[in-house]
Design a protein around this ligand. Structure first.
Ligand SMILES: CC(C)(COP(=O)(O)OP(=O)(O)OC[C@H]1O[C@@H](n2cnc3c(N)ncnc32)[C@H](O)[C@@H]1OP(=O)(O)O)[C@@H](O)C(=O)NCCC(=O)NCCS
Length: 168
């Protein structure tokens, strides 16, 4: 699809993050470990603070259509790793490679910031997301049992990683 742009959100963009993140959590409780009920309580400052880590949004014109975040790990022994989080594309925009574009944005960020391993987790029943991550070069390395509890049901989480060739 043409006309999709991806850019990093800055702290002043917190309202953009709030709108699309709350939509993702509300519409897809089965896809995330985080809960809408927790995030909806955040203050403006909480949302701004979320943007101190790299977060990228996809836009179609001026409409926000997708989201991805990255948590670079602190500390000299773990700074080569980062966790991919908050992956979401609006339902009417899916199947156009927008998630792939968002994954490429975090990959580029990793390359430019000396991060040589990306990691993520996907709830075990989320086959669409799992296929996306496989296609993007992620490999499964484990499974956490009973990772979340949703409406009385427990769901496992599959952990995946992908090496990144960093710029030297
Ligand atoms: C998972 C999710 C982010 C994927 O977003 P997306 O933008 O549709 O992803 P892509 O378009 O890159 O890929 C989706 C499908 O479209 C296909 N596709 C990609 N580009 C395409 C194109 N240009 N034309 C046609 N099909 C295309 C892909 O092959 C893929 O097919 P498959 O699922 O049958 O393998 C989205 O479904 C979503 O937000 N789901 C709800 C929340 C969620 O599960 N988040 C992940 C939490 S771990």
């Amino acid at each position: 699809m043409t006309g999709i742009t991806v850019r990093q959100l800055m702290p002043e963009d917190f309202a953009i993050l709030r709108e699309i993140r709350l939509e993702a959590l509300k519409l897809h409780p089965e896809a995330y470990s985080s809960a809408y009920e927790d995030w909806v309580k955040f203050s403006d400052d909480d949302w701004r603070a979320k943007l101190s880590a790299p977060v990228f949004a996809a836009f179609h014109g001026d409409k926000t259509v997708g989201l991805i975040g990255l948590w670079p790990q602190a500390g000299i022994r773990t700074a080569h790793r980062a966790i991919v989080v908050m992956v979401y594309v609006k339902s009417e925009m899916r199947g156009n490679g927008i998630a792939q574009k968002l994954m490429q944005a975090v990959e580029l960020y990793a390359r430019e910031n000396n991060i040589s391993q990306l990691e993520l987790s996907v709830l075990a029943d989320n086959e669409t997301a799992w296929r996306l991550y496989k296609r993007e070069g992620y490999t499964e390395f484990g499974r956490r049992p009973n990772w979340i509890s949703l409406n009385g049901e427990k769901f496992d989480e599959v952990m995946m990683f992908r090496p990144i060739a960093v710029n030297v």
